[in-house]
Design a protein around this ligand. Sequence first.
Ligand code: F6P
Length: 319
Amino acid sequence: VKSIAVLTSGGDSQGMNAAVRAVVRSALYNGLEVYGVQRGYQGLLNDDLRQMDLRSVGDILQRGGTVLQTARCKEFLTSEGQQRGAEVLRSRGIDGLVVIGGDGSYQGANKLSKLGIKTMGLPGTIDNDIPFTDATIGFDTAVSIVVDAINKIRDTMSSHERASVVEVMGRHCGDIALHAGLASGAETIIVPEVPYDIKEVSERMKANFEKGKRHSIIVIAEGAAKGEDVTREITNETGLDARVTVLGHIQRGGTPTAIDRILASRLGDFAVQQLMAGESGKGCGVINSKLVATDIETIVNTKKPFNMELYELALRLSQ
Ligand code: F6P
C-alpha cells in the first residue's frame, strides 16, 4: 500500500483520537500518504476526506471523542453504498483503510475488503464486546468513570443506609457492569449474559443488611434491565430505601486513561504494519499483551465469552 485512510465509526469511545494519531503518525513514519475520513462511512460516501500531516493529529492524544467525528450510516449497509465507498477510495488512489469502531464498523470493513480495498479494524467501543482482544479502546476509561461515580454514590448511600441502583451502558455485553461492579465492591451485578431473580437479589440484600452492611450497590447493564424497574422491585421486596442513578453518556466522554492511550497507540501502529504487509479483512487486538490480527469474518461471527470467574468472585467478595 502507498496511501491509506482512517475513519471512526459507530458510537465514539475515549482513545479513538489516540488511535487516529497512531495510524497517521505511523503511516507518515513509514512513508505512506494518509487521509482522514470525516464522519465515518457517511463521510466516505460524501467523499469527505482530507490529507493528514504530522501536525493534524497534534494535541489530540489526551482528548475524548473523535476529531474525525463519527456517524451510524444506513446507506453503507447496502451493497450499492459499499461499492460507492470502494470507488471513492480508488478514485483518490487510496488502497488501504483503517476503521476504528465496533461490530457494525467491522462488518463494513469486511465488505470493503471483499471489494479489493485492504482494510483493518481497530476495536473502538466502551462496551468491550469485540472478541479476540482482551480489551477494546475506551473500555478502561468507561470503567474508571463508573467506579469514580459509584465511589461518590456510595458516600451518600452509606450516610442514609440506602440501596443504590446504578445503570451503566452495555446493550448486549455486561463487561462495564462486571468490571466496575467488581472494582467498586457492588453487592449485585446484573448483566444480559446471566439470568437473575429479583427475589434472590432482595433476599441477599436483606441478609447483608442484617450482617451489618450500611449500604448496598447494585450495578445493572442497560441491556439486562431498566434501573428504574429494578429499583421499584427492590423497594417492594425489601422495604429498603432505594435510589437509581443512570450514568448515561458521561461514560463515553472525558480524557482516556493511560491504559487506553497505550492500547490505542499500539493497535494504530500495528494496523499500519499489517496493511504494509499486505494483510486485509482483519481486526487487530491485544491478547495476553501480544498484538494479534484475526479475520473480521471470525470476529463478527463469535460472541465474546462472558467472564463468569470474575462475576462469581465479585459476588463472593461483596457479602
Ligand atoms: O457505544 C456503545 C454504546 O455505548 C452502548 O452501550 C449504548 O447503548 C449506546 O452506545 C448508546 O449510543 P447512542 O446514544 O450513541 O446511540
